[in-house]
Design a protein around this ligand. Sequence first.
Ligand SMILES: [Zn+2]
Length: 383
Amino acid sequence: MKQRADSVRIFLISIVALLLGATVFSSFSSATSANTSTARFAVIGDFGTARSKEKAVADLIHGWDVDFVATVGDNNYPDGLMPTMDENVGQHYQQYIKPYIGNYCSGSPDVNRFFPALGNHDWHSITCNATGTACTGAHFDYFDLPGNERYYDVLWGPVHLFIVNSNYEEPDGTKSDSRQAAWLQTQLAASTAAWKLVFMHHAPYSSSAKHGSTTRMQWPYKEWGASAVLAGHDHVYERLLVGDLLYFVDGLGGATPYSFMDTPLRESQARYSDDHGALLVEASNASITFQFFNTSGELIDTYSLKSEIPTTDAPTPTATPTPTGAINCYALNRSHVGPGNASSARPNGSIGCSPGKVYSQSPGPIKCASWMRHTGDRLGWDE
Ligand SMILES: [Zn+2]
């Protein structure tokens, strides 16, 4: 009888899980694209400077029309503090962030599309309790991420992202036998996604003359099921093949580039640090393609993997994207601007703005402004 009761219970649990799964999937798919069998996303690293190079990389990415942006850390120089967070991150990437609590436009209208890893600069101002069960800092206040928000995973169509915290201060450890590593091993083993990508800040392998390889992060990712490992910290672009596993260093998102060692690692296959840029990744169940572009839109490196899983998917689109500079929302004179924000403009009422001014209801403080029109279809707030 017990066996029968158990199987009934398992059946009921399965039905509930299926219903839950269907709900999650339907809201997920409507929020991303009509066809969730593909994923198109950007990977940036070492970008959070609020300088012109960060903007140039962001403009490149906005022209790609990506589903989401993943980072390999150093999102908010120099110390990961809240007063610099919005200028360093939201100013250029708010349209991917939800919920968005900053002052640049309105954030992502549907789901969160921004998945940051923690860099050493981001960790400067983070504190954890003695048992390591809770940590506080701007990263946790500004972003709303899965799990403990220090290391977490995100499934997006054929791609499963595993965001690892490579800062040695991580309460659950950064060695290959740590609690965090056990989490990664378990999650990789449980994933049925076509592509399992591991993201972190400190590069396990790097030919940069500045930092080089972080040996404590050289975990057996391949044995655990990873398809590729993406990191930053060194402000270069590098593609390596270590054993059978693909590694990237992708740290040219905005901070000053570094140079390479005279003799690069023998596993190094492509290197670049002449200009800033970002990785564009396009994935289907059949294949995944990594392309690094500089801010001039020049394709610097491309590399594809084919799935060993039989599939009837169409091949990965290989068209080279042209950066258009099109942005839903953008910043001008410290103000909220752009068509995406136009609907939040209201005539001045009892808000306290002076006559002839309108106010913004976007997240953040209410702003009084004159409505002004710029060239093209760009609208801007003029305080
Ligand atoms: Zn770093």
